[in-house]
Design a binder for this molecule. Sequence first.
Ligand code: ZN
Length: 191
Amino acid sequence: MVLEICQYGHPVLREKGAPVAEITPEIRQLAADMIETMYAANGVGLAAQQIGRALTLTVIDVTPTEIPWTGQTTDGQPLAMPLVLVNPRVSAPAGDQVGEEGCLSIPEISADIKRAEQVTVTASGLHGEPLEFTCTGLLARVVQHELDHLNGVLFIDRMDAATRVSVAGKLKRMQKQTVAALKKQRAAVKG
Ligand code: ZN
């Protein structure tokens, strides 16, 4: 099922995700729906906050793009996409990269963002299996973007000051629209 993507101004985007305590059938279904939603929106990653759930769960698939990346599990297994990362953590950031970034929750804005060129990720897979891999390039960028979401951090927080000022008006408008839409929804539920 394709889920609705929460837009900038929705308070859930600023919530820190709670750890997934147990991988229940509901969590597996949620991950499947998140993958479907990511593909439907032509995205390369989606965090649980973006579909209204403050959980440390994210899905990623960078294979549809031409931007270079590498990914290698520490035990030499091929990295299968789409990736489902349950309770992921990033470590060993190395090097720098600057590249254009956007967000399915902030559709009108993109900007160059500085990220680590390489990171190591530890997480659980959807069957509770431990997952550890090192990645570079686009995959490292997407991982860092999605893990930010899981902490309530958005890529606009990482823009340089001048870019932030240049998009401030657009952000304000989006926030207003989202807050108005949420109010309307709540009124509809009550009425
Ligand atoms: Zn995003």
